[in-house]
Each structure stands twice: as structure tokens, then as C-alpha cells.
Design a protein around this ligand. Structure first.
Ligand code: PEP
Ligand code: MG
Length: 573
């Protein structure tokens, strides 16, 4: 949902519906193709029309407070009941949203407004607006709660007005759920047999909608321009790989596209590695993990090792720094899961959207441009040394020697200092290329380190000057942006010149088409979420190195992400 306080309506807008065959473009979030009728979430109360009510008499205010608290409690109860009937991540999302419905701060803010004479509906709207403004200003993870807050508002208002609860209807036939944006509570508990694809007007590749679609294994396109005017019941084809929604396509064409995509999915299921192109050019396909459990799960896939172990994610809830021994034990779990195979451990990437309590983060206006990643080492003497000691101990205990890389390196001097300290611990040093400056000087950075790993998530954010968490900027934070590809090409070329490996470990490596382009640009390994490993490996096994190079050259030659995608698809299809 947008950050502005516009009236909440998930109904198609009053514009003319797109013509038959119109191809609406968005950002691909989860691959696959589906063809089915559109369903839309139930209508939500119009907030503007509910805020213009006259002031309540004093004597009616306590009753109105009671009416509000009962409505909020009823909404929370219903969500808790759904949480009890759901499982896994869906259950957690529902339980968290139930908690939000009973959050003391917003309940108190609403009661205060009623106490000042606002009717309950107006008070709810005002209180939620107050928190939306606050969360939006805080940015990052807090801004992501805005959609949840507005969802709670709509449910409580519907309850107060005696209207049916807003949300996703249960379709009678397999359908494609289209919406402006989806609250986690809408998507939690969706049945993948009935909701076969998702498309939203807002949202980015890392939005809740995309995460849930990935979990459900259904195609998903976000930030689709013009989607609001596609009415419920319209047949559409969602292509989660190309990032398109085709309105009322030719039935035969759509059915064929669905069958081809299904064939590709089947092929992915039967792909067992190791990673190589059809003509035998070897490219290691690795997994991104955040702890031992994830590494053990990844070891069940054809992943040949770990290309990115995000160590900071092990410690998000810790208020004190873990001891060297404790760190050794945690890192050892990952090394053991991939005994004898390559594991790349990243030192703490604390700060920005991943603050750690035991790292004294300064109060910053722009945390993404502030003291994060390797930059925390200066203000936290010994923190890097102790982590390297923990990693070295884990290597010793398990007999598996990892490569170690630093996040957010911006200069060759930073790379040099990190490499010296890492080598002093008997470990193989590398750095992440996430800052454009580091990509531009990759050749000079490679004088100091043994490998590079390109973090396309941050490299895209910093190249395009667009917050990776922003739904509004999803077109800019698209790793297919030719400017990002040009920087990847520079880093890969610098690696090839000195015979040192250059991998990619950002989300770009999880997109099978883009993975082929990265290989064509000269990247030597790809590391992605474990769920994406098979699809990436299978796609690569179907194309030649020459095709990858041709697709890369074609993509580099374009001016927009959409053109780059289309140019590569023409070669790789
Ligand atoms: C990246 O920036 O691409 C990356 C892999 O690091 P993270 O997503 O953890 O910031
Ligand atoms: Mg990063």
C-alpha cells in the first residue's frame, strides 16, 4: 500500500479496462506462468467518507470507547483463531497481526481521540494515520508495518460498521489474486491450489507478497502498471519470469505458455547439478544461508556449497556480543552441513535495516549510507578480530576451511586492511562488491584479496540511489538495470584479468534468466536462496556459454531494465 494516506480501496479504479491482449509490465518476483480468472480482495471501507462525522457528546464517549475496544478485540480474536488453524509462517503472520490489533500504543491513541469527541471510526483512522506517518519516517523494516497497520484499521472499521471482514475471498476455481498490495494477513493461509498466482500494483521484489508467493511456489509479479483497472473475473496470464500480466490473452497461446513453464519447473526438479552450461562451462551454484538449520536444508538441494552465510542474522536478538567459542559453534554448524565443500562466510553486516544491539550504532539520518558493514569495525574495537577468531576456530574444529568476506567495502584500502587481518587468522580473504566505487576499482581491490562476491541487492540500491525497501522505487531497484549490469561486468572482467573468482550472491542470482546473463558477463559462481538453486542450475544447463555471452552483450546494450530483460530473453528462450 502506498505511503500516502489515500482512501483505502482495492476495487478496480474507474478507468477503462485494458484492451484484450494488453501486456501490463511489472517487476518479476517469482517465476512461472499461470492463466486463470482474476479475483480481488473484498472491498475496504472508504476512509475519507468515514472521517467527516460530527463531534460526540461527552456522555456518549465512554460507550464509544467500549464499542471500539470490543471491535479491536473481535478482530484480534478472529485473527488468533485463523492463526491456530494455520501452520508455519502463515500462522506466525496471523498471530503477529493479531498482536498488532491489540497494540497498547495505538489502542491508547484511539481511545484518547474518542475521549476528545471523535466517533470511533474517525478516531481509528486518525490514530492509524499518526502511526503510519511515524513508521514511514523511520523507514526500513518499520515502514513495512504500514500495510499491516492499515489492514488492522480496515478490519476494525468494518467491525464497527457491521460490514463483512475485508480480505481475500475463497475462489471456486483456481484464480489469480490481483490487488493494489497485499497485507501479510491476506496472503497467510492462501491455498496454492486455488490461488495460483499473485500480481500487485505496488510492492517490490522483497515485499511480503513476493515472500509469500515464493513460499507457496506460485508465480508473482509486483509493481504492475495499470493492474488496478483489470476487473475481477477477467482471464489473465501472469508470467512471473518476464514480469508481465497479459489481459485476456489468446487461450491457446496462454495454455501453451503455461505448459512450457510447467516443463521448465519439472526440469528444475530433476536437475541435480553440478552447475555448468550445456557446453560444459563450469559455474558453481551455491546457496545463501543464515544459520546451521538453513545450511542443513540447503544441503538437501543440489547446491554445491554456501556462497553467502549472513552471520549478522544469527545475532539479531542478541543484546551482548557472542563469545568466540559460541561463534565458533554457530559457524561450525554451517561448515559441517557442507563438510568438504566451499563455504563463504560474511563478517557482520550490521547496521541500516539489520541493526545489532551489541554494536553501538550511532543515530543516523541515512543509516543505509552510514556506519554499516565493515564500517562498524572502527567504532567497535576487536569485534572483527573476535569474529575472525571464531571463524578460524570453527575451521579448525570441523576441518572445513571457509573463505571469508567483508560487506560494504568501498575502497582498496579497506580491502587491504581486511585481507591482512583475515590472512593473519589463516583464512582466505575476499570482499563484497556492493558499493559502485568498489566495482569501479575492482582491479585495485583484487590486488589485496583472493575473490570478489557481488551483492547485487545493495549494488543496485547504491547505483540507482533508490532504497531497496521502497515499493515506490521498485522499477529502479531492479537488478536488470543496465547500469548495474555494467558494474557487474567491470568487476567480473577485473577478476578474469588476474584469474580470481568473482561470484554473485544477491537476489539477481536467483533469477534463472539473469543468472545466465551474469555468467555471460564473466561471473564464476552464483549463490541464491536454496529454493532457487534448482531453477537456476537447470536453466544454465540448457544454454551455452556463447548464448550467455550474447544475452549479456544484448542486455548491456539497452537503456532500461525491461529492455535488458527482453533482449536477454530473445537470446536465451
Ligand atoms: C546484497 O547486498 O546483494 C547482499 C547479498 O547482501 P544483503 O542482501 O545481506 O545486504
Ligand atoms: Mg548487501
Amino acid at each position: 500500500m502506498s505511503a500516502t494516506s489515500s482512501p483505502v480501496s482495492l476495487h478496480p479504479a474507474d478507468t477503462l479496462p485494458p484492451a484484450v491482449g494488453t501486456v501490463l509490465r511489472g517487476i518479476p518476483a517469482v517465476g512461472g506462468v499461470q492463466y486463470a480468472p482474476v479475483i480481488r480482495p473484498g472491498s475496504r471501507p472508504s476512509v475519507e467518507s468515514t472521517t467527516a462525522t460530527a463531534e460526540l457528546e461527552e456522555s456518549r464517549r465512554p460507550g464509544e470507547v467500549a464499542r471500539f475496544t470490543a471491535a479491536a478485540a473481535a478482530v484480534a480474536d478472529r485473527l488468533r483463531e485463523r492463526a491456530a488453524n494455520a501452520s508455519g509462517a502463515a500462522s506466525e503472520v496471523l498471530a503477529t497481526t493479531a498482536q498488532l490489533a491489540q497494540d497498547r500504543a495505538w489502542i491508547a491513541a484511539t481511545e484518547k481521540r474518542i475521549g476528545q469527541g471523535n466517533p470511533a471510526v474517525t478516531a481509528v483512522t486518525g490514530a492509524v494515520d499518526q502511526f503510519v506517518t511515524m513508521f514511514t519516517q523511520l523507514g526500513g523494516l518499520m515502514a513495512e508495518r504500514v500495510t499491516d497497520l492499515r489492514d488492522i484499521r480496515d478490519r476494525v472499521i468494518a467491525e464497527l460498521d457491521g460490514l463483512p471482514e475485508p480480505g481475500v475471498p475463497v475462489p471456486e476455481v483456481p484464480s489469480i489474486l490481483c490487488a493494489e498490495d497485499l497485507a501479510p494477513v491476506d496472503t497467510a493461509g492462501l491455498d496454492a491450489a486455488l490461488v495460483v498466482a499473485l500480481a500487485t500494483t505496488l510492492g517490490g521484489p522483497t515485499s511480503h507478497t513476493a515472500i509469500i508467493a515464493r513460499q507457496l511456489g506460485i508465480p508473482c509479479v509486483v509493481a504492475v502498471d495499470g493492474l488496478d483497472s483489470v476487473a475481477a473475473g477477467t482471464m489473465v496470464m501472469v508470467d512471473g519470469t518476464a514480469g508481465t500480466v497479459t489481459v485476456a490473452p489468446d487461450e491457446d497461446v496462454a495454455s501453451r505458455a503455461v505448459a512450457v513453464a510447467r516443463g521448465e519447473a519439472d526440469l528444475a526438479k530433476s536437475w541435480n547439478g553440478p552447475g555448468a552450461t550445456a557446453d560444459g562451462h563450469v559455474v558453481a551454484i551455491l546457496a545463501n544461508v543464515q544459520d546451521g538449520a538453513a545450511a542443513r536444508a540447503a544441503a538437501e538441494t543440489p547446491a554445491e556449497g554456501v556462497g553467502l552465510f549472513r552471520t549478522e542474522l544469527c545475532f539479531l536478538n542478541r543484546s551482548t556480543e557472542p563469545s568466540v567459542d559460541e561463534q565458533a559453534q554457530i559457524y561450525g554448524e554451517v561448515l559441517e552441513a557442507f563438510g568438504g565443500s566451499k563455504v563463504v562466510i560474511r563478517t557482520l553486516d550490521a547496521g541500516s535495516d539489520k541493526p545489532l544491539k551489541f554494536v553501538g550504532h550511532p543515530d543516523e539520518a541515512n543509516p543505509a549510507l552510514g556506519v554499516r558493514g565493515i564500517r562498524i569495525a572502527d567504532g567497535n574495537p576487536g569485534i572483527l578480530t573476535r569474529q575472525l577468531e571464531g571463524i578460524a576456530a570453527a575451521a579448525e574444529n570441523t576441518g572445513n576451511a571457509p573463505w571469508v568476506m567483508a560487506p560494504m567495502i568501498a575502497t582498496p584500502a579497506e580491502a587491504k586492511a581486511f585481507a591482512e587481518e583475515t590472512r593473519a587468522h589463516g583464512l582466505v580473504p575476499g570482499v563484497m562488491i556492493e558499493v559502485p566505487a568498489a566495482a569501479l576499482l575492482a582491479d585495485r581491490i583484487l590486488e589485496h584479496v583472493d575473490f570478489l562476491s557481488i551483492g547485487t541487492n545493495d549494488l543496485t540500491q547504491y547505483t540507482m540511489a533508490a532504497d531497496r525497501m521502497s515499493a515506490e522505487l521498485a522499477t529502479l531497484t531492479d537488478p536488470w538495470q543496465p547500469a548495474v549490469l555494467a558494474l557487474v561486468a567491470m568487476a567480473a572482467k577485473a577478476g578474469a584479468a588476474v584469474g580470481k573468482p568473482v561470484g554473485v550472491c544477491g537476489e539477481a542470482a536467483a533469477d534463472p534468466q539473469l543468472a545466465c546473463v551474469l555468467v555471460g558477463l564473466g561471473v564464476t559462481s552464483l549463490s541464491a536462496a536454496a529454493a532457487a538453486v534448482s531453477a537456476v542450475g537447470a536453466k544454465l544447463s540448457q544454454v551455452t556459454l556463447a548464448q550467455c555471452q550474447e544475452a549479456a552483450a544484448a542486455a548491456l546494450d539497452t537503456a532500461t531494465a525491461a529492455e535488458a530483460r527482453a533482449a536477454a530473453a530473445a537470446v536465451l528462450a
